[in-house]
Each structure stands twice: as structure tokens, then as C-alpha cells.
Design a protein around this ligand. Structure first.
Ligand code: OSB
Ligand code: MG
Length: 376
């Protein structure tokens, strides 16, 4: 396939409730969407970068710049036989994993559509539905948290992940654990602690958690390896795992026993397949993380989670946990605590163009010849 035209949309999607983490509060998901056209088809990719460089150094604006000025020019005039050729084409661009991943996602969607197969099948997925977990942000108080969690448990979520930070950890955990003694439970600190907090973090061991996600700094693999020695609860890394090579380093060092896989952070679906292979060889359990994606990104995550090595519940929740109305249809619903993996060709969801226009705040068109044409 040859890319005949690309359109980037910046959308602002209001969340059903503010999402609070150790980074701060988020009320809107700002997403950069990539539409690639080839042979009468459109492939879609969602860039997971956020408004500010808090979770990752990338933002939706840096991604737009890198995609328009560096990634797309490298694809100009190229015949791409298979999306797995993409990483080598963009290898000259250092970093910018989320920008690259969004374009690679659209190529996989195009390729799967052309082959007439669902993306999950193209990747080697083996499940038709995947267990849904829910990531619960920091709440104003413990009672509010417990009632939120009770709501999600009532809806059928298979695992609850609590966001924690210094000052919001043992007390909320004790309250949730007391109310739900058997609930599969984990915590995510988004890098809010230091190795000097090891004695405090050891207190987490008494709650029977599935894992502690990213307690220390994003670039501190050695610190995580040292902390892992002190805790009984397995560590899981998220922010730290920025490439398949980093995943290998983390496992070699003993910095974690579980990996949170996000295609955007890893630099694309090809990188996900590499990490999947590595984890299979080593018997390391995987699960698919989330970045409050719209239905476009969620459809892709469901395909990723259908791979055989993804054995723990995912941060793939029903659409209504994030948005009242999504730009992709149909919405993802919880069925017996699971999300169905789309079965139609490609991503398997439809982008509602009227809604896209409604939520879009800027748009850029690109053609192989004309270069960048700013319609923002
Ligand atoms: O750390 O896993 C995280 C959302 C945005 C950025 C980082 C993270 C998250 C979540 C939400 O935890 C997961 C979801 O999309 O449901
Ligand atoms: Mg995380």
C-alpha cells in the first residue's frame, strides 16, 4: 500500500468524571487522531500522548509536529507491503514512540481491512473477549472511593486498580480491602515514590495485591530492582518500559515480574509483538494498559489483549466509564466482566464523522506532494 493522503484531527473529549492521579487532574482527553488513506480505504490510529509531558515526554502537539514534519515525509512515495516494515522506515527518528505508534496503528488497520481480517487475527490473537479491569483515580475522600469501587464491582469489573500517592495509599487501600476481601486489586503510583520509601511500600504487602505498578521514577530500573527485593508483592512497570529493549533490561535486572503493555509507549504494534515474544519465552505475564483512549484506541487495545500472553485483566473498561458519547461506534460494553474483541475487518469499529467534527478542535491535511496544509 501507498499512503495517498493523511488527515490529523485533534479532538477534545470530555470525561464522564475527572481522572486524578499523582500527576494531577484530567477532565478532558485530548487526542490526536491519524487517518491514512490508501486504495479507497481509511486506516485510523489514535496517538496516546496527552496534553502535557507528565506521563511521557511527548504531548499531542509534539506528536503532530513529528508526524507531519518527519514521519509522513519518510513514507512519501513508499510502497509498504506490510505494517511490520514501518519501524525500519522511521528508525532515523529518535524517540517519539507515541507519534510513530499512531501512524503504525493506522497502517495495521489499513492492512487488516485490505486482507479482510480483524486486527486481532492479524496480530495472532486467540481470544474473542478479554477480562476488563478498571483504573480508579484518587478520590476526594475514602468514603467516595469505596462507593465508586462498589459501583464498578457491581458492574462486573474483574479487577480494580487504585491510583495511589504519598498521603493517599494505606488508608484507602485498607478501606477497599475491608469491604471487598476477595476482589482482585492492584495499585498504580505513577512514579510517585522514592526508594527511601521502601519501608512504607512494604506495608502494601498486607493487602494481597496482584501487583504494585510503577512505584518509582520512570527511568529508575535499578531502584525498582532493589525495591523488588524488599516487597513480596510483584512489581509491574508501566512508564519505564519505553521499548522492547527496555523490557528486556527490566526483566534481566529483576526490576519487575509483570509488564503493562501500551503500544503507544512502546512505539507501535511491532514493538508489542516483540515484547509479547520476549514475555512468552520468559513466562512473564502481560496485560494491556490504557490511556483513556477513545473507541479507536480501545479497539486496538482489545486486539492486543487477545494475544495469548496477555493473561491478567486489562485497563480496558467499557466506553461509559470514560465517555458519554464516543467518536467510534459501537460502544464497548461490559459483558460478564469482559470486553468483546471486535470481529469486523481492521480495527472493527466505525468512526462517526459527525461526532468527529463535533469534538475536533483542529485538523491538518497532508499529501505526498503538497506537503503540510494547515487547516487548523
Ligand atoms: O498509568 O496506567 C496509567 C491513564 C492515563 C495515563 C496513564 C495511566 C492511565 C490509567 C487509565 O491508569 C487506564 C485506562 O485507560 O482505563
Ligand atoms: Mg500506569
Amino acid at each position: 500500500m501507498r499512503i495517498e493522503r493523511a488527515t490529523l484531527y485533534l479532538v477534545e473529549m470530555p470525561l464522564v468524571a475527572p481522572f486524578v492521579t499523582s500527576f494531577g487532574e484530567q477532565r478532558v482527553r485530548r487526542a490526536l487522531l491519524v487517518a491514512l488513506e490508501s486504495g479507497g480505504r481509511t486506516g485510523w490510529g489514535e496517538c496516546v500522548a496527552g496534553t502535557g509531558p507528565w506521563y511521557s515526554p511527548e504531548t499531542s502537539d509534539t506528536a503532530r509536529h513529528v508526524i507531519l514534519d518527519f514521519v509522513l515525509p519518510l513514507l512519501k512515495g513508499r510502497e509498504i507491503g506490510h505494517p511490520s516494515e514501518f519501524p525500519a522506515l522511521v528508525a532515523p527518528i529518535r524517540g517519539h514512540a507515541m507519534a510513530k505508534a499512531a501512524v503504525e496503528a493506522a497502517l495495521w488497520d489499513l492492512h487488516a481491512q485490505r486482507e479482510g481480517v480483524p486486527l486481532a487475527a492479524l496480530l495472532g490473537g486467540t481470544r474473542d473477549r478479554v477480562p476488563a479491569g478498571v483504573s480508579v483515580g484518587i478520590q476526594p475522600d475514602v468514603e467516595t472511593l469505596v462507593s465508586r469501587v462498589a459501583g464498578y464491582v457491581g458492574e462486573g469489573y474483574r479487577r480494580v486498580k487504585l491510583k495511589v500517592k504519598p498521603g493517599w495509599d494505606l488508608e484507602p487501600l485498607a478501606a477497599v480491602r475491608e469491604r471487598f476481601p476477595d476482589l482482585p486489586l492492584s495499585v498504580d503510583a505513577n512514579a510517585a515514590y522514592a526508594l527511601a520509601d521502601a519501608a512504607h511500600l512494604r506495608e502494601f504487602d498486607r493487602f494481597g495485591l496482584l501487583m504494585v505498578e510503577q512505584p518509582l521514577a520512570h527511568d529508575d530500573l535499578v531502584g525498582h530492582a532493589q525495591l523488588a527485593e524488599a516487597l513480596r508483592t510483584p512489581l509491574c512497570l508501566d512508564e519505564s518500559i519505553t521499548s522492547p529493549g527496555r523490557a528486556w533490561e527490566a526483566l534481566e535486572l529483576g526490576a519487575c515480574r509483570i509488564l503493562n503493555v501500551k503500544q503507544g509507549r512502546l512505539g507501535g504494534l511491532s514493538a508489542v509483538l516483540e515484547v509479547h515474544e520476549l514475555a512468552q519465552e520468559r513466562g512473564v505475564p502481560l496485560w494491556c494498559g490504557g490511556m483513556l483512549e477513545t473507541g479507536i484506541g480501545r479497539a486496538l487495545n482489545a486486539a492486543v489483549a487477545s494475544l495469548p500472553g496477555f493473561t491478567l485483566p486489562h485497563d480496558i473498561s467499557a466506553t461509559d466509564r470514560y465517555y458519554r458519547e464516543d467518536i467510534a461506534t459501537p460502544p464497548f460494553r461490559l459483558e460478564d466482566g469482559h470486553i468483546r474483541v471486535p470481529t469486523r475487518p481492521g480495527l472493527g469499529v466505525e468512526v462517526d464523522l459527525a461526532r468527529l467534527q463535533r469534538y475536533a478542535v483542529a485538523m491538518w491535511a497532508w499529501r505526498p506532494r503538497g506537503g503540510t496544509d494547515d487547516e487548523g
